[in-house]
Every structure is written in C-alpha cells, then in structure tokens.
Design a protein around this ligand. Structure first.
Ligand code: ATP
Ligand code: MG
Ligand code: MG
Length: 539
C-alpha cells in the first residue's frame, strides 16, 4: 500500500555496514536448489550480477537451502554451472545453511526480546486464526517456556508437526505477511550439506533478511510476489537491531506457450513428459543450452527486458529475435534437405569431378567460401515441387524454373510418378545462368561414387503448451502439447557436415539455425533446430 514501514538504519549500523562494503554495491542471487535454473533465473542473474557488475560492486551466489526435502547437490551443481555459462562470476558462493548456527542464536535472541514464541497450532488452525485475525493461545506464553521448548525442538525432542517457532508480529495487520509468520519448523530430514545436524529449519521469511544483513547486502532485489513480505523483512531486522538492506522488487518473467516454475518443470521431468531437465523444449537454462541458444542471446534478451516492475507475458518471438541476432553473426551457412526428392539433370554432361560450385559461409562479401560438387543427380526438398502450379508459387513445377543456391538455374521438364507419388524430377540446367528465376532453393548433390549420402537426424520443436498463457488454463497439464517434437530421420546433408561436434551451430539455408545434439554418434549426427528463420522462400 505504498506506506511501507521502514525504520531508519542507525548511524552506528550504517557505519558498520559501510566499513564492510567500502561503499560499494553488494547484491546476491539467491536460488533455492530445488530444480534446474530457468530463463527467469537468467533474468534474476542479470538483475543481481548485472547490477553489481555495472556498479563495480560484488554479487554473491547464495544457495537458499532451507527446505532439505526437495533440495539436492544435482540442483546446486546445475545452478553453479548455469551462472558460469551465462558468464557471471560470483564474489563468493555461500549457502543459507552456512548460517544455521547464527540464525539459531538470533532466534533465541528474538524470543528473549519477546518477539517470537513456540506455537502448537496445526496448519489448519493457523489458517483459520489468521483469517479471523485471532491470536494463537500460545502467543503470550512466558518467554522462558518458549526458550526451553525451542531448545527441545533443536535437540530433536519434539515430534514433527507438534511445534513451530512463530514471530510475534501484528495479528491485527491487514497484510497477511505480518500475521505471525513461522520462523522455524521441525523436519527430521537429512540436509544435503548439514546432514543430520539439524532437525529444525528456518523459513524463507525468517532467514532471508537475516542472511542478507549478515552478508552486508546493499540492494536486495527480488520478484514482485515478495513485495508484501517486505514489511516482515524490515520488521525482523529492526527487532534484531540489524542493518536493513534496501529491498526492491522487479517483475517476474513469463514466456508465452511455456512455463517458468520449477515445481511444474519438475513435474514434467518426473512424469517423463519431457526428456529430462535439459529437454530442448524447456526454458530451463540447461534446455536452452542443449537447444543451441548462445548465452549472449539470453543475456541480451534479459537486458532488453529492463528493470521494469511489470509482470508481463513475453512472447517467445522476442527470445527468438535475440537468438537469431546472435547466430546470424556466428553460425556458418550450409544446406540440408529434410525430405529429399531426386532430380536428374538431363542435359548434364562431363565428369562429376569437373563441376564444382562455390558457396559462402556467411552472407557478407568477404565471407570464407567452401566447395560443393555439382552432379547429374541432386536432391531438393519435396515441398519445393508442386504438381499443380499457381501464380504466387516460386518453387518448381512442370515448365517452371528455380535457381539452385550457389549454382545454376534449373527448369523442370517432366516428373515421374510411382503409385501416384512423385519420385523423380527431370530437369535441364542453364550453365550460362541466362534465366533469372525468382525462387531460390537449397539442394544437395549426390554422393561421390563409392560413398553414401550423408543422412542426418533433425529434431524440430513446437510449442510446449497450446495456450499462450498456460498459467491461466484451469488445468495446466491438459494444455501440454504432446506433439511438440518432430523427428526427421533421413535428412540429407552436404558432406562437409561430416565431422561436426556436439554444440556446433549452423544455419541450414531456408530451414533455420541448428545445433549438433549430444545424442549424435559416429553412426548418425543429430541436429536440434534452435530457431526457424523469419522468412524462408526467396533467397
Ligand atoms: P520457482 O517458482 O520457479 O521455484 P522461485 O522464485 O521459487 O521460482 P528461486 O530459486 O527461489 O525460485 O529463485 C531465485 C531468484 O530468482 C529469486 O530472487 C527469484 O525471485 C528469481 N526468480 C525466480 N523465477 C523468476 C522469474 N520467472 N523471473 C524473474 N526472476 C525470477
Ligand atoms: Mg525461492
Ligand atoms: Mg520456489
């Protein structure tokens, strides 16, 4: 409501803080290791690392590991890997669990100051009492009793679910996040780092602000859904007489026809509805990397989003725009035919070895070139031929001409059908390039005598969810698009694609940008389509 309570930092607190930071900006990127990082985290990294970087400051990578059940070393490793992949360098990697002892001591202090109590209400009771703005019957128990019980909780002498530590905030508040939030709960769960040392774990609301203050964070940036929790953040630090970082919220990223929620992503992975956390259709950073998206494109995209507070749905088109912009500069051009249709050039004479055309790696004038043999038999895309011609069609049809990219114009003179299916075109070529057809198509030559065509697998990806904003769908799972992946097994590629390695990116002319997938073997190369080209007919 605009009038957020923010007590001032005392001169003493401020001086201590400044002597620790030297007046420089200190931020933190605080992911919970309960899933793989996604594009939204890319934005959050840009906000935190980017802001510190631009201000000559520091940014911590802090693993917010306070819910041992859903957290794992695998997730922690992925987060670190992705931070590095996007080019960010943490000042330090810390864990909330590094501070468990200090957090516990602060909780004892909070009880002693009369601002926390051990409660025994069930979650249902807590909910009901909050709705009615009623105090828990345990709220005003003696301080000593809470101290003793809290110690017992820590020692493992209280069963799970029987007690929590709650902050004594404001049960009359119209902000639900001031209604005595839980600070600690009992969980007899082994923690990836502290193992069985603890059986009580602090909540986000309790730990986050304290650790921010302990790390001398100057700007605590988080997403908008935390705005209403800012009051509690400031309240707790004030009650503990700790330095208050400046809290600022920004909009959460959402992308059309996809989801950015670790919980839902995890569901898709666990139910094997997608091929793991790095499925190229997911907007996990690992998925985007496997998809072939360059890290620069992600950072440029995130920067373009700006520091707005709006919670918009961003179109995938914007992501694609930055991907194309990057790959246009870096991905060499080549040609691959997805559904080959044989073309015999009837006026072709001479030896195959004699005929070679020169193709360009990049569109610019001084681009490096490579050689493609021009052969009597070539393959073109089946979709570049139509039995029934029309005026606005620039492909091949009987009597029509097209230009073969980097080579010659050809004219279709006839075609051969078997069982109603077109199996071969007969064409003439114009070695003098006198005719100037409007349509330009890609093609591949026949393999050299004694060798086989280079067939490759190509994977094309569509929308993972059918509706633009699957969050609004009454059942997000029903919105899942099971036909979001198409596999073409026998595309034919230029021979120069023989010795590619995982991660190499290319532009297949007219088809889009592609990356070599890690499923490739010596038997077959697998390509993922990163993104299609904007328009694809005329060269
Ligand atoms: P999720 O719902 O996917 O689990 P989260 O907010 O719980 O998201 P955290 O691991 O706690 O995930 O997030 C680490 C940081 O990244 C937080 O500061 C969080 O606000 C931010 N963040 C998470 N998702 C997004 C998003 N979609 N857009 C921008 N920032 C995000
Ligand atoms: Mg979180
Ligand atoms: Mg979460």
């Amino acid at each position: 409501d605009g009038t957020v309570f923010r007590p001032s930092n005392s001169r003493e607190k401020l001086e201590k803080h400044l002597s620790a930071t030297g007046g420089a900006v200190v931020t933190r990127f605080p992911p919970e290791p309960n899933g793989y990082s996604h594009l939204g985290h890319g934005k959050a990294m840009g906000m935190n690392f980017g802001f510190a970087c631009g201000a000559n400051g520091k940014c911590y990578l802090r693993l917010d590991d306070t819910n041992p059940e859903g957290e794992s070393d695998e997730f922690t490793a992925n987060i670190q890997d992705m931070v590095q992949w996007l080019g960010w360098k943490p000042f330090k990697v810390t864990y909330c669990s590094d501070y468990f002892e200090e957090l516990y001591e602060k909780a004892v202090e909070l009880i002693k100051r009369g601002y926390a109590y051990v409660d025994h209400q069930t979650p249902a009771e807590v909910k009901e009492y909050r709705e009615k703005l009623l105090e828990s019957p345990w709220r005003n128990r003696p301080i000593d009793e809470s101290l003793e019980l809290f110690e017992k909780m820590r020692a493992g002498a209280v069963p799970e679910g029987q007690a929590t530590l709650r902050m004594k905030q404001d049960m009359k508040s119209n902000n639900g996040n001031m209604l005595d939030l839980v600070a600690y709960r009992i969980k007899f769960a082994s923690h990836p780092r502290t193992k069985d040392k603890w059986c009580i774990y602090p909540t986000y609301d309790y730990s986050h602000c304290i650790v921010d203050s302990l790390e001398n964070i100057t700007h605590s940036l988080c997403t908008l859904e935390f705005e209403t929790r800012r009051v509690s953040y400031y309240w707790l630090l004030d009650k503990l007489d700790m330095y208050l970082p400046y809290v600022w919220e920004y909009g959460r990223l959402n992308v059309s026809n996809n989801l950015l929620s670790k919980r839902k992503l995890k569901y898709l992975v666990d139910k094997q509805m997608v091929d793991g956390w790095d499925d190229p259709r997911l907007l996990t950073l690992a998925g985007l990397r496997r998809r072939g998206v360059p890290p620069n494109a992600i950072n440029n995209f995130c920067r373009a989003l700006g520091r707005t507070r709006s919670d918009n749905l961003i179109s995938t088109d914007l992501v694609d725009h930055f991907v194309r912009e990057e790959l246009n500069k870096t991905a060499p051009r080549t040609m691959v035919v997805f559904q080959p249709l044989k073309v015999t050039i009837i006026n072709f004479e001479g030896h195959e070895q004699d005929q070679v055309v020169e193709a360009k790696r990049f569109p610019d004038a001084n681009s490096p070139t490579y050689k493609i043999p021009f052969t009597k038999t070539i393959y073109i895309e089946r979709t570049d031929f139509r039995e029934h011609d029309s005026k606005d069609y620039y492909g091949l049809s009987k009597g029509k001409s097209v230009l073969l990219r980097y080579a010659f114009p050809i004219t279709c003179v006839d075609y051969i059908c078997v069982d109603g299916e077109v199996v071969e075109l007969l064409a003439t070529y114009d070695p003098l390039k006198a005719i100037k057809p409007k349509g330009v198509i890609h093609w591949v030559p026949e393999a050299a005598p004694g060798t086989k065509e280079l067939t490759v697998e190509v994977r094309l990806f569509g929308k993972l969810f059918k509706s633009e904003d699957p969050r609004l769908h009454s059942n997000w799972l029903e919105d899942f698009n099971p036909q979001s992946k198409e596999v073409i097994n026998d595309a034919v590629a230029l021979h120069c694609l023989k010795d590619v390695k995982c991660g190499d990116c290319f532009q297949f002319e007219r088809k889009g940008y592609f990356v070599v997938d890690r499923d490739s073997s010596s038997r077959k190369t697998v390509f993922n389509r990163i993104v299609a080209l904007k328009s694809s007919f005329r060269g």
